[in-house]
Write a protein that binds this ligand. Structure first.
Ligand code: SF4
Length: 378
């Protein structure tokens, strides 16, 4: 059986398993058992599905595979609590995911594409170019990897440490490789599968999608029933600079993007997050902070302040770029301007910089530059 006609069990929906069991002449409840084993008990092999008859387990082992993504490398940082996986698709294309475990929560950052066509200049993934869209099953698999990995992290620690760690993944952020709205249908199907109450059962507010600013995607998301969180990568308050940093701005300039964000908050009554990567002396000047504050507060004559939050992200080093990381003083000064203008704003505490797992660093391997101490927010 080659990979093009393999049945990958973790890619199946309940209906897909039902059809498979019917085709095999098995009763319908076997499909429900297998679905539960995969997505509730987190079984990783047919042998582990001990509530199935031995013959069915043998057939599953012989005629199906559990996973499609091949784990090429797992890097561990932050005392074992950050793990970055590099997977390979059957054609060798890379896919990366990052699990970050904190005392109060566990977050997994997953990819929706291999590589990315958007070409943001500060991002390692953009330098790879676009390789392929991921299927819904390939996206779900990354989340399952994180669930298994969290279990391993808990199992390998002494009980008093395990007791402090979360039992489940609480947040799934679509901020890995790729632009989710470029692969909207597959991405949304993965959300529906992950949300299934009979399966992994993630709540809608567990999901955060990050977009480079594709206006049609933002407007489409505003119409979807499930209230997932939206983050928009802004990174500049005006077009000239944003054109330089993010080629997408030539298609969807700042004014259109902010109008789409307003449409989204008005249609959904949900807050939008703006991501702002701080690049030394490029977009981190006080005047730029002021321009950003004015942009988000809107024209007070005609508009209300945009319902939003700003995440400031000190840029994470990427090899081969002439860009610099803003130091702590510049970051805090930028933040203060926004706070003075009553814009909700936090500095993102980064995980995984030293293993190339932080925002914008996912590029299928490669050297990670050292960070100076006054630049280290991790
Ligand atoms: S920042 Fe996001 S959208 Fe831009 S190139 Fe990187 S992965 Fe693509």
């Amino acid at each position: 059986m080659n990979s093009s006609n393999s049945v990958f069990l973790t890619h199946q929906t309940a209906a897909g398993l039902d059809a498979l069991m019917r085709a095999w002449g098995e009763p319908a409840f076997r499909a429900r058992q297998i679905y539960r084993q995969l997505f509730v008990s987190l079984a990783a092999s047919a042998q582990a599905m001990t509530d199935l008859p031995a013959k069915l387990r043998e057939r599953l082992a012989a005629e199906t595979k559990f996973f499609e993504l091949e784990t090429a490398k797992v890097q561990v940082g932050d005392n074992g609590l950050t793990r970055k996986a590099l997977f390979k698709l059957p054609d060798g294309s890379p896919v990366e995911s990052v699990l970050m475990v904190y005392e109060d929560r566990a977050t997994v950052c997953v990819s929706t594409q291999s590589g990315c066509p958007m070409g943001c200049v500060f991002c390692a993934t953009g330098k790879l170019g676009f390789l392929r869209d991921l299927t819904a099953g390939q996206i779900v698999e990354q989340v399952l990897w994180a669930c298994h990995e969290l279990k391993e992290i808990r199992d390998e620690r002494p009980p008093h440490e395990t007791a402090k760690l979360p039992e489940h993944i609480g947040n799934i952020v679509f901020m890995g490789m790729g632009e989710p709205f470029n692969n909207f249908d597959n991405w949304w199907e993965s959300i529906e599968r992950l949300h299934d109450p009979n399966g992994l059962n993630f709540g809608a507010r567990s999901f955060t999608v990050s977009t480079v600013g594709l206006v049609p995607g933002i407007l489409r998301l505003a119409r979807m029933k499930l209230p997932v969180n939206l983050a928009i990568s802004l990174h500049a308050p005006e077009d000239n600079l944003r054109n330089d940093l993010m080629p997408v701005n030539r298609r969807y300039p700042v004014a259109d993007l902010i109008a789409a964000a307003r449409n989204y908050t008005e249609a959904t009554h949900r807050r939008v997050s703006f991501e702002y990567v701080l690049l030394k002396e490029k977009n981190d000047l006080p005047a730029q902070a002021l321009a950003l504050a004015k942009l988000l507060r809107g024209d007070s004559q005609r508009e209300r302040p945009l319902l939003c939050h700003v995440n400031l992200i000190p840029w994470n080093p990427v090899p081969g770029t002439p860009l610099g990381r803003s130091d702590r003083r510049r970051v805090l000064a930028f933040q203060q301007v926004l706070l003075d203008h009553k814009i909700s704003c936090t500095v993102r505490v980064e995980r995984g910089i030293k293993i190339g797992a932080a925002c914008g660093q996912l590029a299928g391997g490669g050297e990670i530059p050292k960070i100076e101490e006054d630049e280290d927010f991790s």
